[in-house]
Design a protein around this ligand. Structure first.
Ligand SMILES: Cc1cc2nc3c(=O)[nH]c(=O)nc-3n(C[C@H](O)[C@H](O)[C@H](O)COP(=O)(O)O)c2cc1C
Length: 276
């Protein structure tokens, strides 16, 4: 058999593989082949794992809501507690009315904030939380008592810290004023500084604090040093995070923004009126 016949029998692939290992042509071919195989594997994994990621995110959201609401019984899973105790609703922020314009179960605050049809640009003068765009609707979560009265209201909140936007949930008692929990589930503040928003001891300071002053304005203040019972207006004041004044100011601003007129204020007003 002649040499040209051998080449055509194996094809171009065989002829490249037959080259010596130090051949430039073979090295480039192998590098491109490895890149192609890896990109196919990575792309397939990204697409294939997407449903799993979405399910994990949903589980995480439910766990955080149940956590901040404090409704899970011992031995009960977060999913069960959520199903049994928590009512989800979508609120149109402008007037505080309930809405079914979007599906509350799949509502994604971060996606909505980027979608011009689901959010509005924030004028600088109103943008206390420094979020640039605000969703027109937000999901809220209610825990009711035996006679249907609101026992807990869980409100998603977000706003800028120093390095990142902090996303969390604030829980209020049935008086719609007293804080019963605060938990941030996503941020990129510095561990040990702004990241101390996750410290359970700091989070516990929030419990029992009052959002609104006598005029009904959100009045939370994060102050330098520690607050004790003798501090004037202690019910509105929280210890600032040591060495993290900018994150602390961000948290103060985002809470006051979301609980105010441009946030859940109209919705909270409606709940109070329904209660009579
Ligand atoms: C590496 C590095 C990371 C920091 N991370 C934060 C942070 O996450 N949040 C924050 O408020 N300040 C952070 N700071 C400090 C701020 O730059 C600023 O000095 C601080 O907020 C002032 O707070 P203080 O007045 O309590 O010291 C960081 C500083 C450095 C050098």
């Amino acid at each position: 058999m002649s040499a040209p016949e051998k080449k055509s029998a194996g094809g171009p692939l065989a002829s490249i593989l037959a080259l010596p290992n130090d051949s430039g042509k073979k090295t480039i071919f192998m590098a491109v082949a490895v890149c192609l195989v890896c990109s196919v594997v990575v792309a397939s994994a990204a697409v294939g794992l997407r449903p799993l990621q979405a399910a994990n995110q949903e589980r995480d959201r439910i766990r955080n809501i149940v956590d901040v609401a404090g409704v899970a019984q011992p031995g009960q899973s977060a999913a069960e507690a959520f199903r049994e105790k928590v009512e989800s609703m979508l609120v149109r922020l402008e007037d505080g009315s309930k809405s079914d314009e979007f599906d509350v179960a799949t509502f994604d605050i971060q996606k909505a904030s980027k979608d011009p049809s689901m959010s509005r640009p924030m004028p600088k003068s109103e943008d206390q939380a420094n979020i640039k765009r605000q969703p027109t609707h937000m999901p809220v979560y209610v825990v009711r008592g035996e006679s249907g009265e609101v026992q807990r209201l869980i409100l998603p909140v977000h706003g800028a810290g120093l390095w990142s936007t902090l996303y969390g949930f604030l829980a209020l008692d049935g008086d719609l004023n007293t804080v019963s929990g605060l938990k941030f589930y996503q941020h990129a503040e510095t561990p040990g500084l702004g990241g101390e928003v996750d410290n359970p001891n700091w989070r516990a300071i929030w419990d029992g604090k009052m959002i609104y002053d006598d005029q009904g304005n959100p009045s939370i203040q994060l102050v330098k040093g520690s607050v004790d019972a003798s501090t004037p207006d202690a019910e509105h004041k929280i210890d600032g995070l040591a060495g993290a004044t900018l994150t602390s100011r961000g948290v103060e601003n985002l809470i006051n923004f979301w609980l105010g007129e441009d946030g859940y204020g109209p919705f909270i007003e409606r709940l109070k009126n329904e209660r009579g």
